[in-house]
Design a binder for this molecule. Structure first.
Ligand SMILES: Nc1ncnc2c1ncn2[C@@H]1O[C@H](COP(=O)(O)OP(=O)(O)OP(=O)(O)O)[C@@H](O)[C@H]1O
Ligand SMILES: [Mg+2]
Length: 361
């Protein structure tokens, strides 16, 4: 008999599988559990845990922790968020990866498997056998340039990084289906299928990541060494309050114009150079490509700063939008406002879980 009774019953009831996206950032770990139900994506649970306390520093600050400590925090957030699945996907930090746009003769498109490892040596400063290589054709086939060249996005991750993440996942008894560089996860969660080029700006603790995306493909990526923790540190110094107090006030009041917001001016002062850098990065791309960016989509915990969008919009020509990753999921209506507000912080974790659901079909 071809079917056993149990396989028949699973065929008919189609048990839906829950999947977990895990974003291990420098300042916190974010987890999002999703499930597909009747073709819709359901948000089952989500949570975040600050890594500061595991490193002996304040909440909201970037850390550099051992695999053991991160594993500990990962187990804690999984427990606290009532995660019920072991089926996980994990992001790899942008800073641990190397991404370059490679131009090749279009005749080589069918031979990338043998060409890219050789080509990669020109772009990657460590021996090729020490990295995991991946690539995506950005413009190829009929779209190859007038010069007969195709563009291939080359991605490399150091083996040690993968090993560290594997060890952490094993420690938390998770089954990891894939690792993905956070750029791709953030973009999947932040964007709809638009054609116009847009920028996705991930405002993290120590750095801000800037990605140019066109037709769903990442064209360019930059890192700006200025992040949300710099605002907290500046406010702490400027107002003579502790870093913990500054962080608490930053999250509570942000840039709101209300009398009790003593921190506004200080935050704005340290935010101004970052906004200028973002504006400059956007306009440099526009000028060199002779094309304007449809929008700048803000994501990352730093983008949840109250009043940020209005403040930035006054200084940036392009349309600004806040990433709304939970908008791609179904959740109880009473959570809607909270999810919209917290959304930018969870973009990477949502993007990972969405891909896992897609892969499961
Ligand atoms: N409600 C809030 N208002 C303002 N800032 C906030 C808020 N919540 C979090 N942040 C800030 O967001 C930053 C963390 O953002 P995020 O979680 O995206 O960083 P990360 O992923 O840990 O860092 P990275 O991506 O750079 O590794 C912290 O510096 C924190 O102060
Ligand atoms: Mg991050």
């Amino acid at each position: 008999m071809a079917f056993s009774l149990s396989s028949l019953s699973t065929m008919f009831s189609k048990p839906t599988q829950s999947v977990l996206g895990i974003d291990i950032g420098t300042s916190s770990i974010k987890v999002v559990q999703l499930r597909r139900e009747h073709g819709r994506v359901v948000l089952e649970t989500y949570g975040a845990i600050a890594l500061g306390p595991y490193a002996g520093v304040e909440i909201g600050r970037a850390t550099s922790l051992s695999a053991e400590k991160i594993g500990e925090a990962l187990k804690d957030v999984i427990r606290e968020a009532n995660v019920t699945t072991k089926d996980a996907a994990i992001s790899i930090p942008y800073a641990s990866s190397l991404i370059s746009l490679v131009k090749l003769q279009s005749s080589l498109e069918s031979q990338l498997a043998s060409v890219m490892p050789i080509e990669a040596r020109k772009y990657i400063p460590v021996p090729i056998n020490e990295v995991l290589l991946d690539w995506f054709v950005v413009t190829g086939g009929k779209e190859a340039g007038k010069d007969g060249k195709i563009e291939v996005l080359l991605v490399a991750i150091h083996n040690d990084t993968i090993a560290k993440f594997r060890a952490m996942a094993a420690d938390a008894t998770l089954a990891v289906s894939f690792f993905e560089i956070e750029v791709f996860s953030a973009v999947r969660a932040a964007l709809d299928h638009g054609l116009a080029p847009v920028a996705v700006v991930d405002m993290g603790a120590a750095t801000t990541k800037f990605y140019i995306v066109e037709r769903g493909l990442i064209r360019e990526s930059h890192i700006i060494n200025h992040g949300s923790q710099d605002m907290t540190l500046a406010a702490s110094r400027g107002l003579g309050i502790t870093v913990a107090q500054a962080e608490e006030r930053k999250r509570k009041f942000g840039l709101l114009s209300i009398p009790e917001n003593s921190i506004k001016q200080s935050l704005e002062l340290s935010l101004t150079p970052l906004v200028a850098e973002i504006a400059r990065t956007a306009s440099t791309w526009e000028q060199s490509h002779n094309q304007s960016l449809g929008a700048l989509v803000l994501t990352g915990g730093g983008a949840t700063l109250k009043g940020l969008k209005e403040f930035m919009q006054a200084k940036i020509q392009n349309e600004l939008r806040l990433s709304d990753p939970f908008g791609k999921t179904q959740a109880p209506a009473f959570l809607e406002a909270i999810l919209k507000e917290a959304g930018p912080e969870f973009s990477v974790a949502v993007g990972l879980a969405l891909r896992r659901l897609q892969d499961l079909g």
